[in-house]
Design a protein. Structure first.
Length: 504
């Protein structure tokens, strides 16, 4: 009975899951926390060394709970683009710039002024979250650090280096975030030159490996530190949510996966190159050769709700449970309060890092439940904006899976399903990145003929959920207010976003 290990390095913690390849069930899952710092408004950073320390803690605990230290294969999924600047031996030169960090807004805008065929795969420019604009920011604002860097990479590359001793890139991350052309299997140094970072290619890991292909055996030192008694094969992984597509079995065109967590991600495949304004992509061969991946998303979602309950309301577990109960009783839009979910800008469909969050219609009689309910509704309406963009451009959806932390929050889950107005399949496991990862590991070990068949075999169990039609009608009316408020508030948000105060 070969065992497989999935690793998910997320924003708030590292999760490790041990799976039985025969029964295709999880034997154990454990998590170790991570800390994020916000040195300035719009900035977010983590210590890359913390990823490894938490990985060791989570893996050792998961192995102990599973009752075995013999692992055959392992795959890593991480946030993207969480950018690491390191020397050739893997020693970080500065804190990692987290995926949600929006300091490179000017650099992102500059990429949209350059014309190059490969930019057609990213909608004409690079998002503020991606590696390339962040590297451009480093070159402009921390030139000494940029000059000393031997490697500029993502979290997945850093962790895979710790596991194997090899600097390699995931075809997924390179295609989706680095302007790599998987059809021609080449980077575009002339594009980096136009962006003002002509030497960036010298700093990137340039050996590109497809998701589900082998990187190599885990080093003896890494295996010992993790408490693994074997030398498992390390398979190439990728972006956490995107690897979740394998765990949801939404690989085929017509499938759509929405993962709701700290942020929201919406992922779908097309058989031919689509044109979808406002959505990132289409990315050719990012996950599966021959398919085009499109990506919608919301930078802030669960992070807004956590910010409210923890930082603003200061609730304990009992207080949070009471808040959910009260918020669930409130009708859609019943508080006369509208929120906009742009705490860290908008990923899609507005593609505007300088949008900011807002509450509109506040009155003295509004309480915590009203504010929380408005925030939940705003996040649900943000999902509608993304999905509507896909539908308007002809994406048929016959398998709609929702997964992630949203499934643990009944108010948020119901609001999302009601706002979308479509039947969904709710994953009964919160972390599909772990399942997708072990599907990739199984493929690398040759246990299945293809990555798609491995994904079908390891698909997470789901429960169907139908929308409340009356609630959906109310959300459609509220959506008009949401769009009008976004248009009205955009100039003000842009002015306010220019203020970047130091955070004490």
């Amino acid at each position: 009975m070969p065992l497989l290990l999935g690793l998910d390095i997320g924003t708030s913690g590292v999760r490790a899951g041990v799976y039985d390849t025969d029964a295709r069930v999880m034997l154990a899952e454990r998590e170790a926390p991570l800390a994020t710092t916000h040195p300035r408004s719009g900035w977010a950073e983590q210590n890359p060394e913390d990823w490894w320390r938490s990985t060791v803690v989570a893996v050792r605990a998961a192995l102990e709970a599973a009752g075995s230290r013999a692992i055959a294969g392992v795959t890593v999924a991480t946030t993207a683009s969480t950018v690491v600047v390191a020397d050739g031996d893997g020693n970080p030169l500065r804190p990692a710039i987290l995926w949600m960090d929006c300091r490179a807004a000017a650099e992102s805008a500059a990429t949209e002024k350059v014309e190059h065929p490969v930019l057609a795969y990213s909608g004409g420019g690079d998002a503020v979250e991606w590696l390339v604009p962040k590297a451009m920011w480093l070159a402009a604002h921390e030139p000494d650090v940029y000059r000393r860097a031997d490697v500029i990479c993502e979290a997945i590359d850093f962790v895979n280096f710790r596991l194997t001793g090899r600097w390699v890139a995931s075809q997924m991350n390179a295609t989706c975030k680095w302007n790599y052309d998987p059809l021609k299997r080449r980077f575009a140094p002339e594009l980096f030159k136009a962006f003002g970072v002509p030497d960036l290619l010298d700093k990137l890991p340039t050996e590109v490996i497809r998701v589900g292909d082998p990187i190599g055996p885990m080093s003896a030192a890494a295996a010992e530190e993790l408490g693994i008694e074997t030398r498992p094969l390390v398979a190439q992984g990728g972006i956490d949510a995107h690897i979740g597509v394998l765990g949801a079995a939404t690989v085929a065109p017509g499938g759509l996966l929405m993962i709701g967590g700290t942020s929201n991600v919406h992922l779908a495949h097309a058989a031919a190159q689509p044109v979808v304004p406002g959505i990132w992509g289409p990315y050719p061969c990012a996950l599966i050769d021959g398919l085009w991946l499109v990506e919608g998303g919301q930078v802030s979602s669960g992070s807004i709700l956590s910010w409210l309950t923890d930082a603003i309301f200061g609730l304990d577990a009992a207080g949070f449970a009471a808040l959910l109960k009260e918020a669930a009783r409130r009708p859609v839009g019943g508080a006369g309060l509208l929120a906009l979910d742009y705490w860290m800008g908008n990923r899609t469909p507005y593609r505007d890092p300088n949008l900011r969050g807002a509450f509109i219609g506040l009155s003295l009689w509004h309480d915590r439940a009203a504010v929380y309910r408005a925030a939940v509704e705003a996040i649900a309406l943000g999902s509608v904006a993304v999905i509507d963009s896909l539908k308007n451009d002809g994406f048929a959806m016959n398998r709609f899976v929702i997964a992630g932390g949203v499934c643990k929050n009944p108010v948020w889950l119901k609001a999302t399903v009601d706002a979308l107005g479509a039947p969904v399949l709710v994953a009964r496991e919160s972390n599909l990145s772990l399942r997708g990862g072990v599907a990739a590991a199984a493929n690398a070990l040759g246990l299945f003929p293809s990555l798609t068949e491995a994904a079908d075999a390891f698909a997470a169990p789901t429960t169907p959920m139908e929308p409340d039609r009356a609630a959906h009608a109310a959300y459609r009316g509220l959506f008009d207010c949401y769009r009008d408020a976004t248009a009205a508030m955009t100039p003000i948000a842009h002015r306010l976003s220019k203020t970047t105060l130091e955070v004490a």
